[in-house]
Design a binder for this molecule. Sequence first.
Ligand code: ATP
Ligand code: MG
Length: 579
Amino acid sequence: MTMKVEVIKKTKKMFKIEPNMKNYEKMVKKFSWKDAKKELEWFKGGKINAAYNAVDRHLKTWRKNKVALYWESDDDKKEFSFMELANESNKFANVLKGLGVKKAEHVFLFLPRVPELYISFLGILKTGAVAGTMFSAFGPSGIKDRLGDSEARIVVTNSELKNRIYKVKRQLPDLEHIIVIDEDKPKKKGEISYQKEMGKASENFKIRKMDPEDYAFMLYTSGTTGKPKGVMHAHLAILQEHITAKLVLDIHEKDVYWCTADPGWVTGVAYGILGSWSNGASTVVYSGRFNPDKWYSIIEKYHVSVWYSAPTAVRMLMAAGADIAKKYDLSSLRHMASVGEPLNPEPIRWSMKVFGVPFHDNWWQTEAGGIMIANYPCMDIRLGSMGKPVPGIKAAIIDEKGKKLGPNKEGRLAIKPPWPSMMRAIWKNKKKYNSYFEKGWYISGDRAYVDEDGYFWFVARDDDVIKTSGERVGPFEVESALVEHPAVIEAGVIGKPDKIRGEIIKAFVKLAKGYKPSAKLADELKIFVKKHLAGHAYPREIEFVKSLPKTRSGKIVRRILKARELGQPIGDTSTLQEA
Ligand code: ATP
Ligand code: MG
């Protein structure tokens, strides 16, 4: 019951420069992870360090003095070359050494997107400790969950955010040191002044040579379906992050690259620090909030050529209108990608119109550690599809028994383990970790199907599938159909229990500027979906809302819509945006 498939054909003249991968099928045939390893730098005895590969190895090349980081906030800006980043992170590694940091110990970062966040992250990896990132909007309970569960002894933060840590400090017996980046002397027992210690620290540090399987960083998942889980990643993750930054994001030597994700989420680590710098790209970090004018001005000012963002951001840009985009010179953009949620066809069409370049959807998860399924510059886009597995990755649709399903059959999206950036553990939860694996497959928890030509199509998170009148309906399809209507900016769709039909489809709809809620408009939308999608898959109930509940990473949280609808407890809310 899919909508008619619309295709964006790729032709040579669409490329401003030749893509790193010229032919997907050929690359899949010849690709091996063993060969790919040659693109990284290894220490003797097969040892590695992801931070060294991201930054320090460039110091042997002309990139030494190239800008690695263009940083901008609302009232300040700074630049760091690869050499400066290497030196600063060495200094921070020395500061940690002075605090007796041990291999494999967890050091947490609770910072906005300031240069110190990037410097500390790299410094932690250089010592052999494990970096844990925490989004700066977390409140005391979110902080307590993460610092408590991870048993961190040290956290790096700033003078404003530290107060939130103090609110729960008594419940964190392992926490000894709070490193404060913007105070020149410690204010309380256990505090350390970043500035003071960095001022004394040497720029020379002997980077720890790690086993590729040693942990490098840990992240808690978005918590879209429940409590966030502490996902452990190894130094080897950078192999896949490097390769995919090259083949999927198509990062070239000359690119100025902007990843809008915060390092509090996996995208901001894998493609805001490791894989992107490993490819030698100049990276833009804007630390402020979303604002269409500001975002476009960043692209114009830094000549951003590769842009990696998320569907929620694209939909917000759309809502702001194409007229804003027209005020800026955005002609530097040559490749754009999106991750985090299904990318509806409408924003892709819109980006083609407004930027002359489509957003390329790709799929992966915190647990996957790197891009798994993607649309590539060299491959035609089927609008609404998340593309094909990354070379070196085997994905399939399987049934409840673990049997592989044929084309166009909806089932569980599964991956053949292992892959280089696969999580190595769920912190302190072996049972949870083991539950991901079944009959030789890694089970993603998402449902999808694959078409005759090998394109993967996302259907829903396992828990979000709606069962109505004996049919299974993915909310994404209904939401995509709704946003095709000019009145609709965003929609969240759930199954609402119904005596006769099992469930009925209910849609929560956010209207575009200039439209008012009315029973007439609701009816019009129902008919619109019926016509565009299928007779049985239209929302029988429509509720107009001012906003949809989202995680701080911008994902619509359908379980909250459902819990509210049914008057049930809404569960963990630490990763939610304030409504
Ligand atoms: P939790 O596991 O705690 O419930 P989460 O799954 O939202 O949270 P993440 O690891 O940040 O945490 O998100 C991965 C999920 O996001 C995927 O499993 C999938 O459901 C969704 N997702 C990511 N990219 C895409 C995409 N391109 N298309 C559709 N869904 C996507
Ligand atoms: Mg998940």
